[in-house]
Design a protein around this ligand. Structure first.
Ligand code: ZN
Length: 185
């Protein structure tokens, strides 16, 4: 736990300096300030924020790296009932700071390249990108909690009794074909 977990993260930092110092940044980013993210969720309760922890450092090959974690509670639209559903987004990521395309290609696979220009890292944009990646593609309530589940179950009859019948109709055409082939030889 950080001493000031609810302080806003700086919008931009010098990631090289922080990596040399081995610093950890902890704080929040107000979700309402992240316009691309704001447009993808159905609504943002007042005061919604993303909790972020970023640890800067050097790996064993003296690459500058950032280990990050974030979490946010958001309201998404359930794709079954189209109602609001509260969802906890959690994400962890490992970044390698790079100054060129060539450096990016040399990174090991476990590091996501993060381009740094002019000793500056746009922290809020990073948080927004990682939040967008953490969004489920097809958000759904748990079946037991979704108001649409009962309607769906009424529409979809239990498929199990139909299966033996489907199998026998599937077998018949094959045995007919096999019989035709045999008579030709
Ligand atoms: Zn639902």
């Amino acid at each position: 736990m950080s001493e000031a977990p609810n302080a806003e993260l700086p919008k931009s930092v010098d990631p090289y300096r922080l990596a040399e110092q081995g610093s950890t940044l902890e704080g929040v980013v107000p979700l309402v300030s992240l316009s691309r993210f704001r447009d993808t969720v159905s609504r943002l309760p007042e005061g919604s924020e993303c909790h972020v922890s970023l640890t800067f450092g050097l790996d064993e090959e003296r690459r500058r790296v950032v280990s990050g974690k974030l979490s946010a509670t958001v309201v998404l639209e359930c794709q079954r009932c189209m109602g609001d559903m509260q969802s906890q987004l959690e994400s962890g990521f490992e970044l390698g700071l790079v100054a060129s395309e060539q450096q990016a290609q040399q990174l090991p696979k476990n590091l996501e390249p993060f381009p740094v220009e002019d000793f500056s890292m746009d922290v809020w944009t990073l948080v927004e990108d990682e939040l967008l990646l953490a969004l489920p593609a097809f958000p759904l309530h748990d079946r037991s909690e979704c108001p649409a589940t009962k309607d769906l179950e009424a529409l979809e009859p239990d498929p199990e009794p139909e299966e033996p019948e489907a199998e026998s109709t599937r077998e018949n055409p094959f045995s007919v074909l096999a019989g035709l082939k045999n008579t030709k030889h």
